[in-house]
Design a protein around this ligand. Structure first.
Ligand code: ASP
Length: 306
């Protein structure tokens, strides 16, 4: 059993983070890892573990998902999330939703309580209400940092890639988790607020099964980065396909996609992946990615920079 999490990739440099902020980011990642690990340790499923880990990160205002999600052009939090069970290939996803405390829980509900894979917007919110999910008002989601980011670009056509105040500085704060449980089953989950100042119902790779989130019998993947590039390369599924059809290792498949395919297109970002043998890769072509892993013995490691 093993679990890995990410809290976004991008131009994350030591000089941008105070020691205190760095400590808080690492503590958030560690809390997420531990919540998933507890489930795995007690014989629980990888599916429950990734949901628990992503829920913790959604509740943490530092990350761009759930509370602390970035703001749209209209100044609202509009969120996307997905979850997938590798053993059964069942999946659930939501896009463009407002007010739901934990989008990942709604994604799981779509998977389990509907016959669909993906619900969007008002329909997804109606489904959440029908299933008695927790809603929160705008103030719950909104942080001062997000408001400042939004104020800096709201009168422009720029869409900002996550938590940064400078337009030329790219960071992606999406959160995600992948895990393998004691039965050898894999699962993946990803959750995001997308991009600051996004408009027109823009949806990135996060909730798209095969693009930002994917799990099967071979590998579980959760991505973070410039979503449009991830969609065009169908990144998460590409890694599984490379492993299954070309018999390459997890590391080779991730290197091919992150450093060759994506980089060639100018697609910045990273991903976390665990394969059926328990190998784990945390790959990114940006200066940093908030990330961490926890193994069967409870060894927990977190890292931010390259
Ligand atoms: N991939 C996400 C999106 O494009 C952004 C991120 O990873 O921060 O919506």
């Amino acid at each position: 059993m093993k679990i890995a999490v990410h809290g976004g990739a991008g131009t994350i440099l030591p000089e941008q983070l105070t020691p205190e902020l760095e400590k808080n980011y690492r503590a958030g990642l560690e809390r997420a890892l531990k919540s998933g690990y507890e489930i795995l340790k007690n014989g629980g499923s990888s599916l429950d573990a990734v949901q628990a880990a992503v829920t913790v990160l959604e509740d943490d205002p530092l990350f761009n998902a759930g509370r602390g999600a970035v703001l749209t052009h209209e100044g609202k939090c509009e969120m996307d999330a997905a979850i997938m069970d590798g053993a059964t290939r069942r999946a659930g996803a939501v896009a463009g939703i407002h007010g739901i405390k934990n989008p990942v829980v709604l994604a799981r509900m779509v998977m389990e309580k509907s016959e669909h894979v993906m619900l969007v917007g008002k329909g997804a919110e109606d489904f959440a209400r029908a299933n008695k999910l927790i809603f929160k008002n705008e103030e719950y989601f909104l942080t001062e940092q997000r408001r400042q980011q939004w104020l800096s670009v709201k009168d422009t056509d720029t869409t900002l890639l996550d938590h940064t105040n400078k337009k030329d500085e790219k960071k992606f704060g999406t959160v995600g988790a992948v895990a393998i449980d004691s039965k050898g089953n894999l699962a993946a989950s990803t959750s995001t607020g997308g991009m600051t100042n996004k408009r027109w119902g823009r949806v990135g790779d996060t909730p798209l099964i095969g693009a930002g989130t994917f799990a099967d019998e071979t590998v579980a993947i959760s991505c973070t980065g410039h979503g449009e590039f991830y969609i065009r390369r169908v990144v998460a599924h590409e890694i599984s396909a490379l492993m299954r059809y070309k018999n390459v290792t997890l590391q080779e498949a991730c290197d091919e996609v992150v450093f060759n395919q994506l980089q060639k297109d100018g697609g910045e970002g990273g991903l976390i992946a665990i394969d059926s043998k328990g190998n784990c890769t945390l790959s990114f072509n940006t200066p940093g990615m908030y990330r961490g892993t926890m193994d069967a013995e409870g060894n927990c490691t977190t890292a931010i920079y390259k």
